[in-house]
Design a protein around this ligand. Structure first.
Ligand code: AMP
Length: 113
């Protein structure tokens, strides 16, 4: 299976890479909703959270810890930020390769929809 994020991982399409290691890549969102908007993406292709298994537990945790590290680097850790994973069409997921949104750099309104 493939996704636009797999193409970014393979360097077939460009992106602004903020962090990368063997397991995850973090890129600037192309359509940011806040001054800091970064996507933390596993290199393993998992379409949605519904497709994740127990074997992916460490990888999912790694995504959160990577977001924490980037938030600190961006200087937004103390003021706070939001971590979001959209799941499926009703959850607003548009790219079917799981990713964690790191959003911050301003006071965020509480939104459920
Ligand atoms: P979601 O709606 O949760 O699936 O989020 C997908 C996100 O990916 C959106 O915020 C898009 O702006 C972002 N996005 C889509 N294509 C790209 C791309 N080529 N580079 C960076 N971000 C992208």
């Amino acid at each position: 299976m493939d996704s636009i994020f797999m193409k970014i991982i393979r360097r077939e399409i460009p992106a602004t890479i903020e962090y990368e290691d063997d397991e995850v890549i973090a890129i600037k969102d192309i359509n940011p909703v806040a001054p800091v908007h970064i996507l933390i993406i596993p290199k393993k292709f998992i379409p949605t959270v519904n497709d994740a298994s127990e074997a992916d537990a460490a990888l999912l945790g790694k995504m959160i810890l990577t977001a924490k590290k980037i938030a600190a680097e961006k200087g937004i850790a103390e003021d706070g930020y939001r971590l979001v994973m959209n799941v499926g069409k009703d959850g607003g997921q548009t790219v079917f390769h799981i990713h964690l949104h790191l959003i911050g750099g301003k006071k965020l309104a509480f939104e459920t929809a």
